[in-house]
Ligand binder design. Structure first.
Ligand code: IMP
Length: 179
């Protein structure tokens, strides 16, 4: 279906499931090359990244400990300055490489909060892999190491990304459709 409705808003198909699968396979190949010798602890950001993480992890050929963390900064279709920790970090990251898995990097606030936390806890190396990124909205100097696809500063849903809780299950990515 090209146009769908979630709550009060319409969304139009933007990136096909097939294209996303190709992107994920390409990232997995790169990660397999970069991490085979010294695998990282993998930190998945809930809830959005679980769908991407599940697809990606199945293609990784190294053994890693998997952990999850839940921060929240979004209300509806806009990012807020209020970063809440809803589920904290319960793995020891001291002296370890850490790979954060994100569904989207928007302003970078979530990434910055995570990077600060991991630095405080003594992580040896912090990298991030994200399925999508909005370079025009990104406000940090921190490098974003692995990006599936860059998108314009538009609100998107699908493949784990939601609008007020809905849309995470959609295999394709949709963008906000405003007439
Ligand atoms: P940041 O902290 O501004 O980089 O935003 C990161 C978080 O905001 C992501 O993990 C998402 O949960 C949410 N987010 C940002 N942009 C979108 C979007 O276009 N659709 C759905 N969620 C988004």
């Amino acid at each position: 279906m090209a146009i769908i409705q979630l709550h009060d808003k319409k969304f139009i198909k933007y990136i096909s499931s097939k294209e996303i699968d190709r992107i994920i396979t390409k990232i997995a190949k790169q990660l397999n090359e970069d991490y085979m010798d010294e695998p990282p602890l993998i930190l998945v950001t809930l809830n959005g990244a679980i769908v991407f993480a599940a697809d990606l992890l199945k293609q990784l050929q190294f053994s890693s400990v998997l952990s999850c963390i839940k921060l929240s900064s979004y209300q509806g279709t806009t990012s807020t300055e209020n970063m809440k920790t809803l589920i904290g970090l319960n793995e020891d990251v001291q002296g370890k490489r850490v790979l954060i898995i994100e569904d989207i990097v928007d302003t970078g606030k979530t990434y910055q909060t995570l990077a600060e936390l991991l630095n405080q806890k003594g992580a040896k190396e912090i990298r991030i892999v994200t399925l999508t990124m909005k370079p025009d909205a990104y406000k940090l100097n921190l490098p974003v190491h692995y990006v599936g696809i860059n998108i314009p500063d538009l609100f998107v849903v699908g493949r784990g990304l939601d609008y007020n809780g809905l849309g995470r299950n959609l295999p394709d990515i949709y963008q906000l459709y405003e007439i």
